[in-house]
Structures are given as C-alpha cells and as structure tokens.
Ligand binder design. Structure first.
Ligand code: SF4
Ligand code: MG
Length: 332
C-alpha cells in the first residue's frame, strides 16, 4: 500500500496510422512519502513515457493512455478535469527535465518566471513572491540569488540552471517530485552536487521522489528502491541495497557491468550488446532474449511474469525452478 503514488497496470502508447502502438505494457509500481525511487533503463525502455503519463503531459504528444490508474494520494489523476490537473501540477506533483533550458522561458528573467509560479500556486503578492523566490534560490545553494533573479536563462551555466529549476519546482512544496534524467546533461562534478542537493531536499521536506535515469551510478548515490524497466515492462524491482548485492535479471546485471565505477581506470565500458527492441517489432517471448547472454529455448517462446519473494522480484525464467530444471534436462 502506498500513501503517495500508486501506478496500477498502466498501459500507454502512440496512436499511429496503423493503429495503437503500445510502449508501456501494463506496469504497476508505487512511491511512498519520503522515499527516493529510481526508475532505470536504457532510452527507449518507456521511462519517460511513464513519467509524462503521471504528470498527464503524455497526451500532449501523440501519446495515449490506454488503460490503468495513476493514484495520487488515492485519487486517480487520469480522471481529473484539466483544470484540477493544472492546479496539481507544480503544487502537488512537480517535474524536472533533463535539459533545463527547455523548462525555462528564454525571454523572461528567472525572477519573473519564479514569481509567476509562486503567485499562481501560493497566492502571494508580487513582493512576497520575490522574497520567497530568493529564499528558495538560496536553499538550493545559489549564493548570489538576488543577481540570479535578474538574469536570463542563457546567462547561467547548465548546473546553475538545473538548480534554478529545482528551486522553482520545489517552491510550492510538492509531495511528489519526478526528476527525468536531471543530471544527464551536466558534467560529473556538477552531477554529484545536484544529486546531493536532491537528497538534502528530500530529507528536509519528506517528499517522495521518482528519479528517472539510465545510469545505475546515479541510483546507487541516492535511491532507496529501484525499478528496472526494459521494453516497456518492469523487469526487476528491489531495494537499492538488495539490487546491488543480489541482482537477479540478466539485464540488470548488464546495466551494472556497463555502469562506470568510481576509481576505475577503464574508460571503455562493457555495454550490453544490441539495442532495445522497437515497439513495432517486439520479439516473441522474453523481450530481452535476443540480447541475453544466458537465454534458454523457453525464453524465445514464452514471456515470463514478474516472479520473486518479498520485496524483490524479477521477470526472468531463471527464477522459475521448474522451467530451469526442464531446460537443463533438455540440454543434458
Ligand atoms: Fe534471459 Fe531468459 Fe531471463 Fe529473458 S527470461 S532475461 S532471455 S534468461
Ligand atoms: Mg531518503
């Protein structure tokens, strides 16, 4: 049971000339208050479609939510009238994107943009909102906040812009923050600073954070729990500690081997060979089978369900003792 966000059997995709093309295939997961949950996978795995669906920004593209529920504090946001959703966006659920430039209006000063958000959601006067914005900028480690209020987005560095976005997105004290690759566009040092900042904010505010990333290194830094996605499905879910100690899905293991390790001199990574399958042309059986180094005959025929005990589950036939035994006998 989750008190904050519960996604139930979410199925989304794109409307195309040839009909509906599913991209996310009935995923279910939750985020509790005070928890940082990592949603991990390569690009094309359905992570961003999932986050946009939660914010109900997905159908602005050609996307369509076909099935499922997105419960925020027990209410299905998919049934909200647009007016109510607009009110919730920013105030209850906030989102940070990878490229902060797209989230900022290039022709308005930071101050004007921040004041407007704050006035809209918190009903403050312009003067109060100005003061409040400066406080928020300082709270994300921007020393010369007064100056930054006068700046235009292009006058700031990438790291500074991402801090501004974070300040803006947390200014109305949302309960849930969705961060989609928030540090991907930044260099490694700044990346670490931004992650630390997000962790500090989470601890101070007790908000829930859904952190979307392709980088398991990022997950290891700050996440409590991890959901691994592949080809629009959840393929593994566990606490971060458990996942790193005992990964069960060959895809998760592959991601771990390709994640840069701190202090490692190796500059070329063992990335997983092959690519995420095209939604137009999904393999039969396990969607990872064409890339899986330990695929068995059954894998090419039948898709496994999520299996597991307690809070650790994975979608892999290797977890099914009977299937494994049968395969071993076949190969004996
Ligand atoms: Fe690999 Fe088979 Fe497991 Fe899929 S089900 S990940 S192909 S072993
Ligand atoms: Mg925490």
């Amino acid at each position: 049971m989750s008190d904050l966000l519960e996604v139930k059997n979410l199925k989304t995709g794109f409307q195309t000339e040839n009909g509906f093309l599913p991209v996310v295939h009935g995923i279910s997961f939750h985020v509790n208050q005070g928890e940082i949950v990592g949603l991990v996978g390569e690009s094309g795995s359905g992570k961003s479609v999932t986050s946009l669906s939660i914010m109900r920004l997905f159908h602005d593209t050609r996307g369509k939510i076909a099935e499922g529920e997105i419960l925020y504090k027990g209410e299905n946001v998919l049934t909200f009238p647009e007016k109510k959703m607009t009110k919730y966006r920013g105030k209850e659920l906030s989102m940070i994107f990878q490229e902060p430039m797209t989230a900022l209006n290039p022709v308005l000063t930071i101050g004007k943009q921040m004041r407007e958000t704050i006035m809209l959601h918190l009903g403050m006067s312009k003067k109060e909102a100005h003061q409040y914005a400066i406080e928020k900028l300082k709270s994300v480690g921007i020393q010369r906040a007064e100056q930054v209020m006068e700046d235009y987005p292009h006058q700031l560095s990438g790291g500074m812009r991402q801090r501004v976005i974070i300040a803006m997105q947390i200014s109305c004290n949302p309960s849930l923050l969705i961060a989609d690759e928030p540090t991907t566009a930044l260099d490694v040092t700044i990346q670490a600073q931004i992650l630390k900042l997000m962790e500090e904010i989470q601890q101070k505010t007790n908000m829930g954070i859904l952190l979307i990333t392709h980088d398991l290194g990022v997950v290891a830094e700050i996440c409590d729990r991890v959901i691994v996605m592949y080809a629009g499905r959840i393929v593994e879910e566990a606490s971060a500690v458990e996942l790193f100690e005992n990964p069960k899905h060959p895809y998760t293991k592959g991601l771990m081997e390709s994640a840069p390790k701190i202090g490692s001199k190796k500059d070329r990574l063992n990335s997983i060979t092959g690519t995420v399958p095209n939604p137009n042309n999904m393999p039969k059986g396990c969607k990872f089978a064409p890339r899986c180094p330990v695929a068995m005959a059954v894998c090419h025929e039948k898709e496994p369900e999520l299996m597991g005990e307690g809070n650790h589950s994975a979608r892999c036939w290797l977890l099914d003792e009977e299937v494994k035994k049968k395969e071993e006998m076949l190969n004996a």
